[in-house]
Design a protein around this ligand. Structure first.
Ligand code: GLN
Length: 531
């Protein structure tokens, strides 16, 4: 049928959940048997979010092919199970870099390079995924970050306008807005939506479908009003009420016919509504998982989005184990040997989070010592694993000054050291060990039990430092085993202390690979141990 294109934009305010709506559309079309991908265009000038502080941008999500991306790609993968790539996350910075590199090569043959048409042409090329080989897709869903009216997003809107004109019925525009409830007037207000649509129309884009985010149910009268003021069919005005869980959104959208409206706009016969059986089974399980399991999240970013994929991985693994994961953020900067017992009191298990730099690491070491000596299930991820290793060196191997070369390049006991291939790198952006690498598991280990029967797995990485193999035999002898190794470079990817209930650290980030229908085996095993 040829590829169809869906553009998702947002208006009124940010944080409306465009990523969740885009992921839901992807899921619903997939359930109808279509081959789909979802991509995100972000209007900032950074090449990727890899160098951004999580407080700026939330978690940095990593694709299998090693691109550092926006956290919405995590939603796309968790909802659809699709593996995204570097082609699915584009920024203004990357667009400009491509154009400027081309200009320096002389490819433009003396022309003046301008936002229109050169930047917009490059945006369109990427929206159409012209540089992706061997890809046969029925739908490409393109989400544009930011809010209508932003100066930054203007070239993206212009690209969408042109593409819609060129593609005709093969393109659909979905616009997400907000309908606020004014308590004093006891009224839901559609004016911001009308303004937002006007703004979009001013850019030459008539939305085909409106998704109205709302905290209260919108009756038909309000939907009719929006439809007639915004030139949109009534059946194309869909409401997205607050849901107890983001995973309810796809079925809620399906109930209101969002996917059917998209198909109708394109001119594809709608046919029967797919049953979404496994998804609904999951929701059923979620509904029944009421017993709480308290998990401590030891990290330094007190922000929901900073550890998004870890949180979702715990939620999902919890649901599949019939419990509701109650995640307690514990700021590692506040943890001391005297208060650690109190800080972690009541936790069935502890996650020691990834991170960079000195701030907050001593608290992570103290937490790792406490959970190791009290046999509390502990899962260290990336920097978290490195802190488990350092703690073990200081308190079991007797190297009081053990550290990571990242924190103290002069330390005599650099149990975590910079990887050889990293030593001559001076650029910060995109130069870490990134993306999926093989890991061979040691049969019989607890980590292997989780992944069983696989002996060779692939997980995603994002780090510069690693376990120093010069200390490996000392660790082994003292009871911390290396149970996952990269077969090509002999890097230690997983450590565990088998004498404890569950004390595992991974140099990789398993959280990126959890999906709704396939919770991650390590998180499953960790949650089971916590229960
Ligand atoms: N800062 C550590 C390193 O670069 C860990 C990184 C992380 O936790 N993602 O190796």
């Amino acid at each position: 049928m040829g590829t169809k294109y869906i553009f998702v934009t947002g208006g009124v305010v940010s944080s409306l959940g465009k990523g969740i709506i885009s992921a839901s559309i992807g899921k619903l079309l997939q359930a109808r048997g279509y081959k789909v991908t979802i991509q995100k265009f972000d209007p900032y000038i950074n090449i990727d979010p890899g160098t951004l502080n999580p407080y700026e941008h939330g978690e940095c999500y990593v694709t299998e092919d090693g691109m550092e991306t926006d956290l919405d790609l995590g939603h796309y993968e968790r909802f659809t199970g699709i593996r995204t790539t570097r082609h699915n996350s584009i920024t203004t910075g990357r667009i400009y870099k491509t154009v400027i590199d081309r200009e320096r090569r002389g490819d433009y043959l003396g022309k003046t390079i301008q936002v229109v048409p050169h930047i917009t042409d490059e945006i369109m090329r990427r929206m159409l995924r012209e540089d992706v080989q061997d890809e046969e897709l029925d739908f490409v869903i393109t989400e544009v970050g930011g809010t209508i009216g932003d100066i930054e997003s203007a070239p993206f809107m212009e690209a969408i306008r042109q593409l819609r004109w060129e593609l005709g019925r093969d393109a659909v525009s979905v616009h997400l807005t907000y309908v606020p409830y004014l308590k004093a007037a006891d009224e839901l207000k559609t004016k911001p939506t009308q303004h937002s649509v006007k703004e979009l129309q001013g850019l030459g884009i008539q939305p085909d479908i409106l998704v109205l985010r709302t905290e209260r149910h919108l009756d038909d009268h309000i939907r009719m009003k929006v439809a007639s003021f915004c030139n949109v069919d009534l059946e194309c005005v869909v409401q997205s009420e607050d849901m107890p869980s983001i995973y309810e959104v796809p079925v809620n959208m399906q109930r209101q016919g969002l996917d059917a409206a998209i198909l109708r706009k394109i001119g594809i016969p709608v046919g029967e509504t797919p049953s979404m059986k496994s998804w609904n089974n999951f929701l059923e399980k979620q509904h029944h998982a009421s017993k709480e399991l308290h998990i401590g999240l030891v990290g330094k970013y007190d922000l929901q989005d900073a550890y998004k994929s870890i949180r979702e991985s715990l939620n999902l693994a919890g649901i599949y184990n019939d419990v509701k994961a109650k995640i307690h953020f514990v700021n590692s900067e506040d943890i001391t040997p005297t208060n650690v017992a109190e800080k972690l009191a009541g936790m069935a298990g502890v996650i020691i989070c990834p991170g960079f730099g000195q701030r907050g690491i001593e608290g992570k070491v103290v937490a790792a010592q406490y959970t190791r000596t009290h046999d509390i299930p502990t899962f260290g991820i990336c920097l978290g694993m490195q802190m488990m290793v350092i703690e073990f060196a200081r308190n079991v191997l007797g190297y009081e000054d053990a550290n990571s070369a990242e924190m103290n390049p002069e330390t005599p006991h650099n149990v975590i050291d910079m990887m050889e291939e990293q030593k001559n790198i001076t650029q910060m952006g995109g130069t870490m060990r990134l993306g999926a690498y093989d890991c061979a598991l040691v049969e019989g280990s607890r980590a292997w039990e989780a992944y069983r029967p696989s002996l060779l797995i692939k997980e995603r990485h994002r780090h510069r430092y690693e376990f120093n193999n010069a200390y490996k035999s000392e660790y082994e002898a003292a009871g911390m085993k290396s149970v996952g190794l990269n077969p090509d470079a002999d890097l230690v990817e997983i450590v565990e202390v088998p004498s404890l209930k569950w004390y595992i650290g991974t140099q990789f980030h398993p959280e990126y690979a959890s999906t709704v229908l396939h919770p991650h085996p390590l998180f499953m095993s960790f949650v089971k141990a916590c229960i």
